[in-house]
Design a binder for this molecule. Structure first.
Ligand SMILES: [Zn+2]
Length: 394
């Protein structure tokens, strides 16, 4: 049995949380000071005193990006990504020419689809008073019946779309499973929180909600949205979702033998990624100004035709990739000194070390856009991923 935090008094929890927040803040300031005083890339690094610093080449991201695509490939296992690269597939080969890890983790208490996607866009884990608490993994109830994130949690749960939209960016959610209507339910005009940041951009936080059965349709809509944003001189944040690998895994198992249906589907996803990267590179208004954060909601294979066993490495190991279009590959754990690199079979429960999780996607995307983290979020709220690189202030 897990310890129930409810047994502790509210006052004690508050004190502990305050001290924890203070410790994290101090650690963050120390890390920021340390890394912002690192010598430039072309100077000899004679004063490196920490293991992290000696492992990482300091680099400056020249400006915040104008467009960020958070891409979730449903049921994409990291060993399938490795396999695709070994076979010369161009899409994942391009993506992994950026900071990445194939040892990221799902939510510590869930390896199913919807709770993990809620984590990606809200920067919260599933469980606990600060958790998003969204458990169902099927089509949500109607708004009137409580089918919003806010009703499940008991108070408003802000998302990465809130922050981006309130700062005037164009936002989109393009998915290939109808249960993602949960996000439309939660951030419509009547459900979204009023915009308290600068110009009033409205309470509806997702400008475009779109669905397509296959990844090809989602990719086409993504490219059209990016082109439209760029043509209007607008910045944008998109969440997009390819369900195909998960659908094939459920139907034909997460079979890693050469020529399997699952690996053939991974190749199709690779081609979509390749198409997206090429499209970005071909548009001068997007090239160099667009980043992709790619991860997965879960792996798969335990049990054979599913991914419900929460303590199986087949399910909880996932990729996490930050592509910035400049070919600068790096190990994301080396660039994220506050994070603990798990062993391949290590699940990393909520009380263990802090790994990189798919729930980091939202705050990482906002950091790439030069925007603050999601209010009341807990995963990556310090925007410490990539802290080993510095970013020029916007
Ligand atoms: Zn899934």
């Amino acid at each position: 049995m897990k310890q129930q935090p409810q047994r502790v008094s509210g006052r004690a929890v508050g004190a502990v949380m305050f001290l924890a927040a203070l410790a994290v803040t101090v650690a963050w300031i120390v890390i920021r000071i340390f890394f912002t005083t690192q010598p430039a890339e072309d100077e000899p690094d004679a004063n490196a005193t920490s293991a992290s610093a000696s492992a990482v080449a300091p680099r400056t991201i020249t400006a915040p990006f104008d467009h960020v695509v958070v891409l979730s490939i449903d049921g994409l296992r990291p060993d399938a990504v490795e396999d695709a690269i070994r076979r010369g597939c161009p899409g994942f080969t391009s993506l992994l020419k950026g900071p990445h890890t194939l040892e990221a983790r799902t939510d510590p208490d869930s390896t199913v689809t919807l709770p993990n996607h809620v984590g990606m866009v809200t920067g919260r884990l599933f469980k606990g008073p600060q958790g998003h608490n969204w458990l169902p993994n099927d089509l949500p109830a109607t708004i009137a019946e409580g089918g919003t994130l806010h009703a499940a949690h008991g108070s408003y749960v802000p998302s990465m779309w809130d922050v981006a939209h309130d700062h005037g960016l164009m936002t989109a959610m393009l998915a290939s499973k109808d249960k993602f209507i949960l996000f439309d339910n939660s951030f419509r005009e009547e459900q979204g929180r009023p915009d308290g940041t600068g110009v009033d951009d409205g309470a509806r936080k997702i400008d475009l909600v779109g669905f397509a059965l296959r990844g090809e349709g989602v990719a086409r809509k993504t490219m059209a949205f990016l082109d439209a944003a760029a043509a209007q001189g607008r910045r944008s944040l998109l969440f997009i979702h390819f369900a195909d690998t998960d659908v094939t895994g459920h139907g034909r198992t997460w079979d890693m033998t050469p020529g399997s249906a699952y690996l053939a589907c991974v190749d199709r996803m690779d081609a979509l990624v390749d198409g997206l990267v090429r499209h970005i590179d071909a548009n001068p208004a997007l090239r160099g100004r667009t980043a992709i954060v790619m991860t997965a909601d879960h792996g798969g294979g335990a049990p054979a035709g599913s991914h419900t066993v929460v303590d199986s490495p087949l399910n909880f190991r996932i990729p996490f990739v930050v592509w910035m279009g400049d070919g600068a590959a790096a190990d994301l754990y080396d660039l994220s000194p506050m994070r603990a690199r798990p062993a391949a079979s290590e699940r990393m429960t909520a009380t263990g070390g802090l790994p990189i999780r798919n729930a980091d996607a939202g705050n990482c995307a906002l950091w790439l856009l030069g925007l603050p983290s999601i209010p009341t979020s807990t995963v990556g709220a310090e925007q410490d991923l990539l802290a080993g690189w510095s970013r020029r202030a916007s």
